[in-house]
Ligand binder design. Structure first.
Ligand code: GLU
Length: 248
């Protein structure tokens, strides 16, 4: 099975930057799947979060510099964990026109496929330093959906700091109920999402639903689950997934 996994900053970072334990959990699950012959691609946020403490504050370039500092820290942390499983990783940073330019898109797909064929884990992020208003993909939820569709993945798994999509905002309504399955992402579903965003990521639940909509409409089943849950990725391949599943 070909699986694209997206992790938000909240899933791999703590109060003081990247959290090695969280990265370790993620890589352990991915290594398990790759050993079972699944093809896995990781779309990971976390560069800005990792670099921000070292970036000059009150500077208009603060976020760009944070991304530049944080991206190698992020990849280094993945590399260190992956080595425990003798797993090779590779970094790919992309911009929106890598999807719209036919030649570059084919180049992207064939390189990723070659990496997967050699059991190398591609770790993708947006090229935050080089992106401009015109070239931005927007957020990594959208990026992961484009990657999943481009690679004709079987599943897109979006990991976040909530269990999935709720009937209302679980942070301020105790009657909120987790929706286990969504067959069709219509206005009613889109309106359930609170516009709340995390401090460091750029998504929020609405961007995850938009990503799920794009992916499912283009044939990729999408699952949104809690990155903190034990074996969440492995559970996403089974029937008892404790999050929200969006049918394609
Ligand atoms: N590319 C950003 C980062 O690595 C995150 C963007 C997002 O979470 O949507 O920090």
């Amino acid at each position: 099975m070909r699986i694209v996994i997206k992790v938000g900053t909240q899933v791999i970072a703590g109060k003081n930057g990247l959290d090695q334990k969280k990265i370790s959990k993620l890589i352990k699950e991915i290594a398990f799947l790759m050993n079972k012959k699944h093809e896995v691609v990781l779309v990971s946020s976390g560069a800005v979060g990792a670099g921000l403490p070292k970036s000059p504050s009150k500077n208009p370039h603060q976020k760009k510099i944070a991304a530049a500092i944080g991206q190698p820290i992020l990849i280094h942390d993945y590399y260190r964990e992956a080595q425990k499983y003798k797993l090779s990783i590779g970094q790919i940073l992309i911009l929106s026109d890598d999807f719209t330019n036919k030649e570059r898109f084919q180049n992207f797909v064939s390189n990723i496929k070659a990496m997967m064929a050699h059991k190398i884990l591609p770790i993708i992020n947006e090229n935050d330093v080089m992106k401009t208003e015109d070239l931005t993909i927007g957020d990594n939820d959208a990026l992961s959906a484009k990657v999943a569709v481009g690679l004709k993945a079987d599943k897109l798994i979006i990991l976040t700091n909530q269990d999935g999509l709720y009937t209302c905002n679980p942070d301020n309504d105790k009657n909120a109920k987790l929706i286990k399955e969504v067959k069709n992402i219509n206005k009613k579903i889109e309106n359930l999402c609170s516009p709340q965003k995390s401090d460091l990521g750029s998504g929020g639940m609405i961007s995850k639903i938009q990503a799920a909509k794009y992916a499912t409409q283009n044939g990729v089943e999408t699952l949104i689950g809690n990155g903190k849950e034990k074996d969440i990725i492995i559970k996403a391949l089974n029937k008892n997934f404790p999050g929200t599943k969006f049918e394609n």
